[in-house]
Design a protein around this ligand. Structure first.
Ligand SMILES: [Mn+2]
Length: 238
């Protein structure tokens, strides 16, 4: 049976991704690989991660670090000291990889399962329509929300900081999302909160790059699979 295998924030942890794919017995001829975004940055092998996911016909959505890489690559932003995706920028196959990455959408409706990097705005009636209009190179409020939100108000207002957790009316975005239950929404981007397994929501960022673990969710079996990080590759929150 064909399976949809969602994977949390890889952030250049290519070795852990390979071990996770072995652990779920990933079969590229049958299975779909759907990363939650943030394939690159902070970790040791961004370029290897992009090559691997692309070679497996992976789908996935853009995360904030992927968007940052695309903007740096076209000169719209400058590299920051703690960015580790220089390996992509210097790679001989850089253009192919960046083009492939830029073709990832901000949102996927996979039939009973929706995929977004961080979360959905409580006022969006049709996230697919809102986020289809987003350009990874041109910053915009909608795409920014989808790749960055953690807490928000019932109106979609975001706090200045998510840590420590802001007081009400701020709450985790998924507590304001009225379409609770169906479809199931898969997301990442929140290593501090860690695994989220609530009715209708699967949050898969378990902080591999910070020394946590890399998590897969197999939709057809409603099963989580984890592999531990080989080590912490970056200081938490950097
Ligand atoms: Mn992120």
């Amino acid at each position: 049976m064909s399976r949809r295998i969602f994977v949390g924030d890889v952030q250049g942890c290519r070795a852990e991704l390979e071990r996770l794919l072995e652990a779920v017995r990933f079969d590229p001829a049958q299975d779909q690989l759907q990363p939650v975004g943030d394939l690159v940055n902070r970790g040791p092998d961004s370029v290897g991660t992009l090559r691997l996911v692309r070679s497996l016909g992976g789908g996935g959505v853009l995360g904030n670090h992927d968007v940052h890489l695309l903007r740096v690559a076209c000169g719209r932003r400058s590299l920051r000291p703690n960015d580790t995706f220089g390996d992509v920028l210097e790679a001989p196959d850089r253009d192919v990889l960046l083009q492939w990455l830029a073709e990832r959408p901000f949102f996927r409706d996979l039939g009973g399962v929706w995929l977004v990097h961080a979360g959905l705005h409580p006022r969006w009636d049709d996230p697919a329509a809102v986020l289809a209009a987003c350009d990874p190179i041109e910053p915009g409020d909608d795409c920014d929300f989808a790749i960055r939100v953690r807490h928000c108000t019932p109106d979609g207002g975001r706090p200045k900081h998510d840590d420590p957790p802001p007081p009400p009316p701020f709450a985790p975005w998924f507590q304001h999302w009225r379409g609770r239950g169906a479809p199931t929404i898969v997301f990442g981007h929140w290593a501090m909160r860690g695994l989220v397994r609530e009715p209708g929501f699967r949050g898969l960022d378990t902080g591999c790059v910070w020394g946590g673990r890399l998590t897969a969710w197999i939709a057809e079996e409603d099963r989580l699979v984890h592999v531990p990080a080989e080590r912490a590759y970056a200081a938490f929150g950097s």
